[in-house]
Every structure is written in C-alpha cells, then in structure tokens.
Design a protein around this ligand. Sequence first.
Ligand code: 5RP
Length: 244
Amino acid sequence: MNIEQQKKSAASAAIEWLDSRLHTDTVIGVGTGSTADHFIDLLKRHRARFAGAVASSTRSAERLSRHGIRIFDLNDVPELPMYVDGADEITIGLEMIKGGGGALTREKIVAAASKVFVCIADASKRVETLGRFPLPIEVIAMARAQVVRALEALGRQCELEAGDVRATLRVRSAADGSPYMTDNGNLIVDVGGWTIADPRAIEARIGAIVGVVESGLFALRGADLLLLARSDGVETLVPRAQYP
Ligand code: 5RP
C-alpha cells in the first residue's frame, strides 16, 4: 500500500470502529486534512444513521455538506462522543503534532469537547520524538514578531545543543508570498529544528506566550485511539489500559 492507500485504509478502519457506536442522535467531531477527507467520503454512505457533524474547519464543513451531512455549531452540541482526525506526527503515547492544514485551533477545540479522539494516520506519521515536522502555531497578527522571538528563545532553551530552531511565517503559496490566514483570521508560524522531548511541558509553555492562540502540540489532550495504517494492514494502538 502506498501512502494514499494507507490513509484510506486508516479512514476505513475508523468507519468500522464507528459502526456500532452510531445512533440517530449522534453528532461526530470531524477533522481536517487528506486523511480526514477520506474519512468524510466514506462517512457519506452512513449519513442516515447519525445526526451530523461538528467540523474542525470550513474546508471539512463544506465537504461534509456536499455529502449531505448536517453541520452542527459546537455551541449547540452538549457533548461529542468521538472526534476523528489525522496528524502530522504521533508518538507511542499518542501525543501529536497537528496543524499542517492550518486548522489546529479548531481541531484542539473539537478535541477538547470530545470524549474519544480517534487518530487516523499512515505509517509515515509515527515517530519516536516529535519535531521533525515543523510545529505550527496560530498567532495574532499584531504579536507576530514578538511571538517569533519568544518561540525561538524557548526552542533554544529546550534544545540541548542550542540547535537551529527557526520560526517562519506560513505563506499562502511561494509564488504569491502573502501570509496564510486561518479560518479564525490569524497567522500561522511554523517552528522547525526543535526536538520536542517533553511535549506536555512545551505545550504549556508555548500556550503561555502572549499572542499565541494555540499550538499544534496535542499532548495535554492527545489521542485516545490510533488507527495506524501500514503497508500490511491497520494497527490499533491505545495509550491507556481501558478503552470503550
Ligand atoms: C490539519 C491537520 C491534519 O490532521 C494533519 O495536517 C494531517 O494531514 P494529512 O491527513 O493530510 O496528512 O492537523 O490541520
């Protein structure tokens, strides 16, 4: 299986996992990205069996709507039993880097509102230590420069060898050069060169920088279940002993 087939089989495993858990009043949290897109496409067939979805981005909301799946505002839903989304990197403890698609803040909000976070990923996403993928951070535009300085200083403090931790503003496209804007109207800064040995501590420290909206570190609230597609099948990983 190539990477695209792996993404699809992870999405398909999530549909299987959902199957016995769907009820006509169930609202599902749905993430963003190419793996989540496969999940949304497979979900279409089951749309009559659940109430609808809360989406973590405009892009996913549009795709769900095109498939006839009703979109709910999170404020109108008391509880989400499950949230299905991809990741850019994930460890054995199911801590993640997310936000490659720029939806990290809404993803974190939907994850926080959900009882069970099901991560669907291809094998390339599984890492020993987070940080090879540049860490996305959503930032208020006015604070961009000072947040970049604070992030680089924090990165240098945490890197034993004071490595080349660099924060760069995400652009829409190289040709155009204009800044990428999130669904919330903010900027994204991507921090590269940072080996994140203690993701929970770093998530808390980044969250304390004034001007940061959210970081793409999902460690304080990681995934509860990982459906990891490899070339020979899908492996199920849980970080905790008991699982519903
Ligand atoms: C979007 C995300 C995605 O889950 C992450 O980027 C993985 O994307 P893909 O499934 O396309 O590899 O966090 O903000």
